[in-house]
Design a protein around this ligand. Structure first.
Ligand code: SAM
Length: 287
């Protein structure tokens, strides 16, 4: 098996393939050998059998996943990495690499055709420039995933794992908690990557809920309300919701008052239950 556990071997591999890093694709490769085994073990706790990896890079995490799970399917956007992955994953018959953008993949079809009957999870050191779109893409399409174990920028982990209703919470916090139970697993310093990014990282695990955290009669209206409420962070909820949804402010104030909120309440203090109740009240008052 190609040795990816020391930086000298990684440098030699990349030089031989004349590889140059692309900043715009978020290419910071892990070179700290202790991180990938821990990520793969964290994913295994969900009794996973099949794993989807996003952005395998040169295959450091992929090798660990392939040793633990029945089947691994990876999506790598950068075609220059395909010959590298051919080499580093040549010992594994249970890995397939697809060249393409994860956000354009038909994952429901991949799960049906590649992982029939298996419990499937996602494990990835994410390209940070598209952290939120990838998490929403994985969660909001009703995919049969057990868990999503990903490395993200430390600040993103803080926001995602904040309790809805607390100071750091935002639209992504609410959306993730609606679909999953997020937890921080461990921190990874910037020196663990080549090239070293300007930020530290955290590995988080989202255990996907069987049912969303709260009931809503209209899920789209619920998410439109959340987007509007956090759309203008420094405004009161009444102002941002009325501007974001194009509703008269007195109607929004009436809904808030019926639910017992002060007219100056701010969106970051709302729990998921509060958003669900406000969404129902607004729909009723609009008639
Ligand atoms: N897994 C490797 C590691 O840990 O060293 C590489 C992680 S690197 C942070 C992110 C990887 O995602 C890169 O290999 C990059 O080319 C790939 N990538 C970027 N955008 C992507 C997309 N939209 N779909 C699939 N892969 C993408």
């Amino acid at each position: 098996m190609t040795n990816l556990s020391d930086i000298g071997s990684i440098r030699e591999l990349l030089a031989r393939h004349q590889f140059s890093f692309s900043k715009s694709l978020g290419q910071n490769f892990l070179v700290n050998p202790s991180v990938c085994p821990r990520m793969a073990d964290a994913c295994a706790r969900a009794h996973t059998q099949g794993v989807i990896e996003i952005g395998p890079g040169i295959g450091v995490l992929t090798q660990e996943l392939a040793q633990r799970f029945e089947k691994v399917v990876c999506f790598e956007l950068d075609s220059r990495l395909l010959p590298v992955l051919d080499e580093t994953l040549s010992d594994f018959q249970n890995v397939s690499v697809r060249n393409g953008d994860i956000l354009k993949a038909d994952l429901a079809d991949v799960i049906r055709s590649e992982f029939s009957g298996m419990r499937v999870s996602v494990c990835a050191n994410l390209p940070y420039y598209i952290t939120s779109p990838i998490l929403m893409f994985l969660l909001e399409n009703g995919l049969p995933l057990s868990c999503v174990t990903v490395m993200v920028q430390k600040e993103a982990a803080d926001r995602i794992c904040a309790q809805p209703g607390s100071r750091l919470s935002g639209a992504l916090t609410a959306a993730v908690h609606y679909y999953a139970v997020p937890e921080k697993l461990f921190s990874v310093s910037r020196g663990s990557f080549m090239p070293a990014p300007k930020v530290d990282s955290t590995v988080i695990r989202l255990t996907v809920r069987e049912r969303p955290a709260v009931e809503t009669s209209d899920e789209q209206a619920f998410f439109r309300l959340i987007a509007a409420a956090f759309g203008q962070r420094r405004k009161t909820a009444a102002n941002s919701v009325s501007a974001g949804l194009g509703l008269p402010k007195p109607l929004v104030e009436q809904a808030l008052s019926e639910l017992g909120f002060s007219p100056n309440v701010r969106a970051e203090t709302f729990t998921l239950e509060d958003f669900a109740a406000l969404s129902e009240a607004l729909q009723r008052l609009r008639g």
